[in-house]
Design a protein around this ligand. Structure first.
Ligand code: ACM
Length: 537
């Protein structure tokens, strides 16, 4: 046992580069307060986990989840009871920090993780995992060898309540196992919102009982454009698609919940709806037929604001609500050209009836109507910043993607805002200017330091309006990402920069120090078999 431990420590020392700070000072996102202490705790097979309240099923679940990577065979290695060397407790008064915060103390005679709430305990344990040698989470460095954890006291809490990561599963479908793997990565870095982009022109990905043609027709496209959407069409000749069954969705939502992640489903309207129109052409302003899109871009065939369309969308949303217990449903609202509405006699009559003189007002009315429906069912909506045009829905939260001006305007109007500007948080953009040596991407240039430099509170906001910025989110649009490995390459390490943007106190951040901390995490990814783009330096 002693030999194994020495080998582990020696290996760690040899791999460390000169600028690398070691585990205690390598935690990402960088915590609010870290104080190194003397000595270390040895995690081995004799260790137990003690729950302050042994009848607290949520606390037990957190403990079990944390212990899983150490498992050998079927059994968890550490007994979980009311006493143990690793003490877990939810004590709102004891941490001195707010929601989702924790206090972690590692000493030679034991470890204590005290959370303001259950999420705080979960995050304290994520931090504890980061203090262990890189292989530990992959099941290497097993407890038969013993794992050394350097003594430290950490007090930590998030800067923002909304810490989001998005995944577009419509442009390319990713199976439930990968979605879970993605959620694991989010949870390790204290990201707590998963924005699941489920419907698009190129595919519909959620099972809806009332409309079977969504699964039969809208979930599949015959082939996919090779190269950019702006180029002349050349198809790959391969049928692509898939959808998540309700059972799979429930499983993923529960998986996320156990990792303190809320899933926010996005059902796009009135635009990005061509796949649904391929299945139900009667919901369009023109006759069709329509096909599930094979290429990329913004499409003119959108939902027509008929009463039948509201019946369709409200029926879909009723089924969606049953699957997602979180407070938010994302209704899209972006990139909806009004060409078809402008040419439609139905829309002309509707505008006359409603006293509108601008077709954008119809979109405002459309989204307000959907908001009312969802509010009545106890849900709130998020929309992309286009929902500011044509009269914003009164209770909507705005995702500011075209820049920060939409976010500034919305916060001044008293709306909650999630900052997600493409300039800093679009992870489909290239990570290097040397495009020849990067996987083919949509365009743009978003290197790691640009993500890291992002400040979610725009300078000109007064304190009252700034408090409306509930957080930030990065987006992963997958037009040009066909494989999990490619998604991981675009995600990492940029998501770690995002994590510091949304979690860490601004004054604790520093790009050079972050690059040093990052080394420890890249080795974790190596051990876990997770793909990433090596930083340029
Ligand atoms: C978006 O990128 N269309 C939100």
């Amino acid at each position: 046992m002693g030999l194994g431990r020495n080998v582990l420590l020696l290996g760690t020392a040899i791999m460390m580069t000169a600028c690398e700070p070691g585990p205690v000072l390598s935690v990402i996102p960088v915590p609010k307060q870290v104080e190194a202490a003397r000595g270390s705790f040895t995690l081995d097979a004799g260790v137990g986990i003690g729950l302050a309240d042994a009848s607290d099923a949520s606390l037990r679940e957190i403990a079990e989840l944390w212990a899983v990577p150490f498992r050998r065979g079927a059994a968890l290695p550490f007994p979980i009871g009311s006493e143990g060397d690793i003490r877990l407790a939810v004590e709102p008064e004891a941490t001195g920090v707010g929601a989702e915060g924790y206090r972690l103390d590692v000493r030679s005679d034991g470890i204590s993780v005290v959370g303001t709430d259950h999420a705080g305990v979960f995050y304290g344990l994520q931090t504890l995992s980061q203090l262990m040698p890189p292989g530990t989470e992959a099941g290497i460095g097993s407890t038969s060898e013993g794992v050394e954890i350097a003594a430290v006291s950490i007090v930590d809490e998030p800067r923002f309540a909304y810490r989001g990561m998005h995944l577009d599963v419509a442009r390319h479908f990713f199976d439930p196992d990968f979605v879970k793997r993605y959620l694991d990565l989010l949870a390790r870095y204290k990201i707590n919102r998963f924005h699941w982009h489920l419907t698009e022109d190129q595919g519909w990905r959620i099972e809806i009982d009332a409309y079977p043609r969504l699964m039969e027709i809208a979930a599949y496209r015959d082939e996919t454009q090779i190269g950019h959407g702006s180029e002349e069409f050349r198809g790959d000749g391969e049928r692509h698609g898939g959808y998540y069954t309700k059972e799979e969705i429930r499983d993923i939502v529960a998986y996320a919940k156990a990792r303190h992640i809320t899933v926010i489903p996005e059902i796009e309207m009135p635009g990005h709806a061509q796949a649904a129109l391929a299945a139900y052409p009667e919901l369009a302003c023109t006759e069709g037929p329509f096909e599930v899109a094979k290429t990329w871009g913004v499409f003119e065939d959108i939902y027509c604001p008929y009463e039948e369309t509201f019946v369709f969308l409200e029926t879909v949303l009723t089924e969606v609500i049953e699957l997602f217990p979180g407070e938010y449903i994302h209704i899209g609202g972006d990139e909806a050209p009004k060409t078809r509405w402008e040419e439609s006699e139905y829309v002309e009559n509707l505008m006359q009836r409603l006293g509108f003189n601008d077709v954008e007002q119809v979109q405002g009315w459309f989204i307000r109507r959907i908001e009312r429906f969802l509010n009545d069912k106890g849900k709130r909506i998020i929309g992309w910043d286009e929902i500011l045009e044509g009269g914003i829905a009164p209770n909507a939260t705005v995702g500011s993607w075209r820049g920060v001006l939409g976010g500034i305007e919305a916060s001044r109007m008293g709306h909650d805002v999630i900052m997600t500007p493409y300039s800093h948080l679009y992870f489909d953009y290239y990570q290097s200017e040397d495009r020849e040596n990067e996987p083919f991407a949509i365009g743009g240039f978003l290197p790691l330091d640009t993500v890291y430099s992002y400040e979610p509170i725009p300078g000109p906001l007064r304190a009252r309006d700034a408090s409306r910025i509930i957080g930030a989110q990065a987006n992963m649009w997958t037009e040009y990402m066909k494989t999990p490995e490619h998604v991981e390459y675009m995600l990492l390490p940029r998501m770690l920069a995002l994590a510091e943007v949304v979690w860490s106190p601004a004054e604790k951040k520093g790009y050079e120090a972050f690059l040093g901390r990052l080394q420890w995490h890249l080795r974790r990814f190596d051990a876990l078999g997770v793909n990433y783009r090596p930083p340029d330096r």
